[in-house]
Write a protein that binds this ligand. Structure first.
Ligand code: HEC
Length: 102
C-alpha cells in the first residue's frame, strides 16, 4: 500500500514539476537517509543537530546553502549537493510536520 502511494506520489511530482509546496510522501521516503544521523524524534545527538519542526522555507534555505557550499559542513554539503530543489521542499515538508519530543 505504501509502495503504491509512493508511486502515485512520484508520478504526481513528475507531472507537476513546479509545485511550490513540498510533498510529504516523497519527503518521508528521502528522509530515510537523513535519520541515519538526525533523530526523527528531535533531540540533538552528539554532533548531530535537530532538524524537526522547522519552518519549511528556512529548512530549504539551509539545505540549499549547504548545497552551494555557502554553509560549512562537509557531510551536509555532500548530502545537499545531491538534492533537487523539489526534494529539499519535500524534506522540509516532512521534517517540518514532525513534532520534536522533549
Ligand atoms: C552522515 C550524517 C548525516 C546525514 C546522513 C545527514 N546529516 Fe544533516 N547534518 C549532519 C551534521 C553533522 C550536521 C551539522 C553540520 C555542521 O554544522 O557542521 C548537519 C546539519 C544539518 C542541518 C542544519 C541544522 C542546523 O541546526 O543548522 C540540516 C537542516 C540538515 N542537516 C538536514 C539534513 C537532511 C534533510 C538530511 C537528509 C537528506 C541530512 N541532514 C542528512 C549530519 C548528517
Amino acid at each position: 500500500m505504501r509502495v503504491a502511494l509512493l508511486c502515485v506520489t512520484v508520478l504526481l511530482i513528475h507531472a507537476t514539476p513546479l509545485r511550490a509546496a513540498g510533498d510529504i510522501g516523497l519527503g518521508q521516503y528521502l528522509a530515510a537517509e537523513c535519520v541515519s544521523c538526525h533523530q526523527p524524534s528531535g533531540p540533538r545527538d552528539a554532533d548531530i543537530p535537530p532538524i524537526v519542526g522547522w519552518p519549511e522555507d528556512q529548512f530549504v534555505a539551509v539545505l540549499s546553502a549547504f548545497g552551494r557550499k555557502q554553509r560549512d559542513g562537509q557531510v551536509m554539503q555532500a548530502v545537499a549537493a545531491r538534492l533537487s530543489r523539489e526534494e529539499m521542499a519535500a524534506l522540509a515538508a516532512y521534517f517540518g510536520a514532525l513534532t520534536p519530543q522533549p
